[in-house]
Design a protein around this ligand. Structure first.
Ligand SMILES: [Zn+2]
Length: 311
């Protein structure tokens, strides 16, 4: 499967082999010397005991294909999920993919001879929103990605707040201490109430009816289903409470919302903006904006990292 890339231009510079390893889907593309990404190739993310070897083999094969095509890359940009220490180039931990302390930068440089820009998928996608997208020109920003899980990329005075990969786990901030149980062991995490998966799961728990996803819960709410409305409104209130925590601690001027839930558009942004205006004062109320770089923010961020890795 392939898909076209958002119309974003990084400007002239080095060609980069870019790979975004997701929880289920891996995206591969090429940044050319003019600063544009090629068509994106999607493939299933490898699983199993040899996952690290197969991820590295995939990146090496991509570099070799670019060389064979006469467009040799000068760097690799790679982003992965989980806890990531981008400074050391190490994937610290991924619950989903089952790896621990993998020195991806070193492994790929050894096989390709290229510098490797390495980062976390959400942090890197957030960076793309800051440099190229919805938060361009801003300095105090949170980019919150609400999908199957919830995570944030945080920027304080224009600098990413990384905490060696441990910062930005907004999904596991508790917004209702008596709320739903979370996979992390706590009760009432934002992610257990307001992720796309949680919205579908909560509706199914209340009604006994399985739904395809949060989209369907929203459609049912809009059609007058009171229980769907309650679940949807609960997610909005939880997100507003999460944004209040961000406002109290970091006071971002702008909160960019991306991920699957942000595709709900006005059905999300209108009530959330109102809830934030109610919940956040006396702290500074941030402006909410939809993500602009969108589905390929991770790849664009990986391309930026790759170029920056060239000494
Ligand atoms: Zn949690």
């Amino acid at each position: 499967m392939t898909s076209a890339v958002a119309d974003v231009d990084l400007g002239p510079g080095a060609a980069v082999a870019v790979v975004d390893v997701g929880g289920t889907d891996t995206k591969t593309s090429m940044l050319d010397a003019s600063g544009r990404l090629s068509e994106v190739v999607h493939s299933p993310t490898p699983r199993g005991p040899d996952v690290v070897e197969r991820v590295v083999d995939g990146v090496v094969a991509h570099v070799e294909a670019m060389r064979a095509a006469g467009t040799p890359p000068q760097a690799v940009g790679l982003v992965v999920p989980g806890i990531v220490d981008s400074e050391r180039g190490v994937a610290v931990h991924s619950e989903n993919l089952g790896w621990r302390d993998v020195p991806y930068r070193e492994l790929i440089t050894a096989r390709t001879g290229l510098p490797v820009g390495f980062g976390h998928d959400v942090a890197t996608a957030g960076r793309a929103e800051l440099v190229l997208g919805a938060a361009r020109g801003e300095r105090d920003v949170a980019v919150v990605v609400v999908g199957t899980g919830i995570a944030a990329a945080l920027f304080v005075d224009g600098v990413p707040l990384l905490g060696h990969g441990w910062a930005g786990e907004l999904g596991h901030s508790v917004v209702d201490p008596r709320g739903a149980h979370c996979v992390c062991g706590a009760d009432g995490c934002l992610e257990a109430i307001a992720s796309t998966a949680a919205i579908a799961r909560r509706y199914a728990a209340v009604t006994g009816e399985a739904v395809a996803g949060s989209r369907e819960v929203l459609e049912r709410a809009q059609a007058g289903d009171a229980r769907a409305r309650e679940v949807w409104d609960g997610a909005i209130e939880a997100l507003a409470a999460g944004i209040r925590q961000l406002a109290a601690i970091l006071s971002p001027q702008v909160v960019v919302l991306g991920g699957g839930l942000s595709r709900a558009g006005d059905a999300l942004f209108a009530p959330l903006t109102a809830a934030v205006a109610r919940h956040v004062p006396p702290h500074r109320v941030p402006e909410l904006r939809p993500a602009k770089v969108g589905a390929h923010a991770g790849l664009l961020g990986a391309a930026l990292l790759g170029r920056e890795a060239i000494a």
